[in-house]
Design a protein around this ligand. Structure first.
Ligand code: BJW
Ligand code: ZN
Length: 258
């Protein structure tokens, strides 16, 4: 018995206001209104014929390192050129408000962008890593690189080879989690603990397709904490929710946080 809503009701507002521990799981949809494409949208330019699922794998990087590397550099440049939206800002404000009142709002994100941080929020867990961190694909040594100077909107560049590791000469890769790779253990454990102890769990802008992130909200069921989804459309995890707010994060999160 999911309640599907087109706006925040008094009941929902009261429920959210009574929580002293809130956990938020965010996905690509929360950055969509900033202009960052989601994963299940179609690609542009050089990457037109590939899906994100084809490119975000260790096998793709092995077989087509230049194509995959350039995709990440182009996405970095796009992220640098956009700004956080009212959804990110509402969470940042709400987090500060909760902390001031002796509570806690934990942000757990699947996103590799830094828009939560740029809105002024603190992120507890980046489950799928960060697109701005680089490391050697073989020995894991961190690598510092200058920001890309592509035009992230209009001019996907020619594919260029990844730089190589100063230690072992292998290719440098982005610090993200690809399909078939383990999530960073500390981040996943911190996220699990935050969901387990939450009074309310909000799931915003995710299709709920990718595991194990999509199963995190289920941990809230142990204590019976209510689950609230924010998504303009139904997701793969809508049916486990108590409330589905059918609208964009940039409108629904400010309304929830008010
Ligand atoms: C809006 C909006 C607006 C739009 N407001 N909303 C079966 C069971 C369990 C696991 C598996 C399984 N089969 C396969 C697996 C493994 C696999 C998996 O889950 N695959 C699925 C496809 C089924 N998982 C893994 O491999 C993970 N690792 C793992 O399981 O390790 C253990 C293991 C090791 C070895 C062998 C086997 C297992 C790793 C997953 C890593 C995911 N990485 C990516 C790429 C990151 C780097 C990069 O950015 O390039 O992470 S994939 C991509 O999907 C990215 C995202 O974080 C992730 C989730 O996507 P998200 O955020 O949900 O975005 P979308 O686009 O899917 O949805 C956007 C949503 O927003 C939509 O619903 C819109 O409606 C909505 N929206 N506008 C609010 N304005
Ligand atoms: Zn190396």
């Amino acid at each position: 018995n999911v309640q599907v809503l087109s706006g925040v009701t008094d009941e929902l507002a009261a429920l959210v206001r009574s929580a002293s521990r809130v956990a938020v799981l965010s996905g690509a949809g929360i950055s969509a209104e900033s202009g960052v494409p989601t994963f299940r949208e179609s690609q542009t330019g050089l990457w037109e014929e590939f899906s994100a699922e084809d490119l975000a794998t260790p096998e793709a990087f092995q077989h087509a390192p230049a194509l995959v590397w350039t995709w990440y550099r182009w996405r970095q440049s796009l992220i640098q050129q956009v700004a956080p939206n009212p959804g990110h800002a509402a969470l940042a404000r709400w987090q500060r408000g909760m902390a001031g009142a002796g509570g806690v709002l934990s942000i757990i994100t699947q996103n590799v962008d830094d828009l939560h941080e740029r809105a002024g929020a603190e992120v507890l867990a980046h489950l799928h890593g960060s697109i701005f961190e680089h490391r050697c694909a073989e020995c894991g040594k961190p690598a510092e690189l200058p920001p890309p100077d592509y035009d992230g909107f209009t001019a996907p560049p020619e594919p260029e080879q990844p730089p190589t590791c100063a230690c072992c000469g292998a290719f440098v890769r982005p610090g993200v989690v690809w399909f078939g790779e383990m999530l960073p253990m500390e981040a996943f454990e911190a996220a699990s603990a935050a969901v387990r102890s939450a009074d309310v769990v909000i799931v915003a802008g995710t299709s709920g397709i990718v595991q194990p992130a999509a199963s995190l909200p289920l941990l809230a069921l142990e204590r019976g904490a209510p689950l609230i989804e924010v998504n303009p459309v139904e997701s793969d995890i809508s049916e486990v929710m108590d409330f589905c707010l059918r609208g964009p994060a940039g409108e629904m999160l400010p309304a929830l946080a008010a």
